[in-house]
Ligand binder design. Structure first.
Ligand code: SF4
Length: 319
């Protein structure tokens, strides 16, 4: 039996996932060699960590237990998670704490902008917890954060990774009006796995959200991603690609699901690197401008370099 406690925040004895505590343990197969990553202990990592802490910020890199944190933070790439560290959803794959979040911090947009400046980021990725408790799902806070970064760091390009704003009419429009350079919303898995992996969400709502972004502002790049190894079949992954292309999504990411604790969904399979390569090839034939598919692909991994390639790919098509 595993006791799931909070090992990330300052209150370690609160269960991090109260809704999962009584679930039976789910066992995953041992990790293959291609999943192993180096421990984070470089100087760049320590500097990034200091800037994050000094500004009182939360990162998805830490909260989600991302395997790339050593590499990314060494290069001063961090993904900020706004609106607190507590999520109103309880997805079976996610290590972000579940519960009722506190009030929004009105100064957070400025702090994110300041940290972006101090890290010297050419491209910043901002994500958030789900805030189903807020009337607008946190849309205005997202917009304020985008505007604060633009004001402090005008040359920095901005990528946002948003929740689905389910049942929050008008929220998406508020975020899009703030003009992020990249709008990312992850589908996370194939539709047949939603009930057990992402029960609070609706597959077609998420696809439609991405489609709406392009309808409102075709200049914004759209991006989405899924994890594999959650029990999906290959034809289902290919169908997701078609659905995303129907929604005019530009950039697809596919990475291996890793189990945060035994109370989370089990890894059903470690997909070998050559299968990721196969997915990447098929996705390009379906018309995505950019595809990143590998075991350690995460939606914000190498986001700055990928954004430059994304712009170049669009420019090449428009001649
Ligand atoms: S891949 Fe994204 S979430 Fe993971 S460490 Fe890098 S920036 Fe953070």
């Amino acid at each position: 039996m595993v006791v799931v406690v909070d090992t990330v925040s300052a209150t370690p004895l609160r269960p991090r996932h109260p809704e999962k505590v009584n679930r039976p343990d789910a066992f995953s197969p041992p990790k293959p060699d291609w999943i192993r990553v180096r421990a984070p202990n470089t100087r760049g990592y320590a500097e990034t960590r200091n800037i994050v802490k000094e500004n009182g910020l939360v990162t998805v890199c830490e909260e989600a237990g991302c395997p790339n944190i050593g590499e990314c933070w060494d290069k001063k790439h961090a993904t900020f998670m706004i609106m607190g560290d507590t999520c109103t959803r309880a997805c079976a794959f996610c290590n972000v704490k579940t519960g009722m979040p506190g009030a929004l911090d009105a100064l957070e947009p400025e702090h994110v902008a300041e940290a972006t400046f101090k890290l010297g980021l050419a491209h910043i990725v901002v994500t958030s917890v789900d805030r189903d408790d807020l009337a607008d799902g946190g849309a205005e806070h997202f917009a304020q954060t985008i505007r604060a970064i633009r004001a402090r760091c005008p040359a920095t390009t901005i990528e946002i990774l948003t929740p689905d704003f389910l049942r929050k009419d008008g929220a998406l429009e508020v975020v899009v009006a703030a003009k992020p350079d990249v709008f990312n919303h992850n589908l996370e898995t194939v539709p047949s796995r939603y009930l057990s992996v992402r029960p609070g969400a609706r597959y077609f709502h998420s696809v439609r959200l991405l489609q709406r972004v392009k309808e409102i502002d075709p200049t914004i790049f759209t991006k989405s991603g899924i994890m594999v190894g959650l029990g999906e079949e290959r034809p289902e992954v290919l169908q997701v690609m078609d659905d995303l292309r129907s929604a005019d999504v530009d950039f697809l990411t596919i990475g291996q699901y890793l189990q945060p604790t035994r109370k989370h969904h089990a890894v059903m399979r470690y997909v070998p690197p050559d299968e990721f390569l196969g997915y990447e090839k098929v996705a390009y034939t379906k018309g995505f401008l950019m595809v990143s598919a590998s075991p350690l692909t995460r939606s914000s991994h190498h986001a700055g370099d990928d954004f430059a390639r994304l712009k170049a790919a669009r420019a090449a098509i428009s001649g």
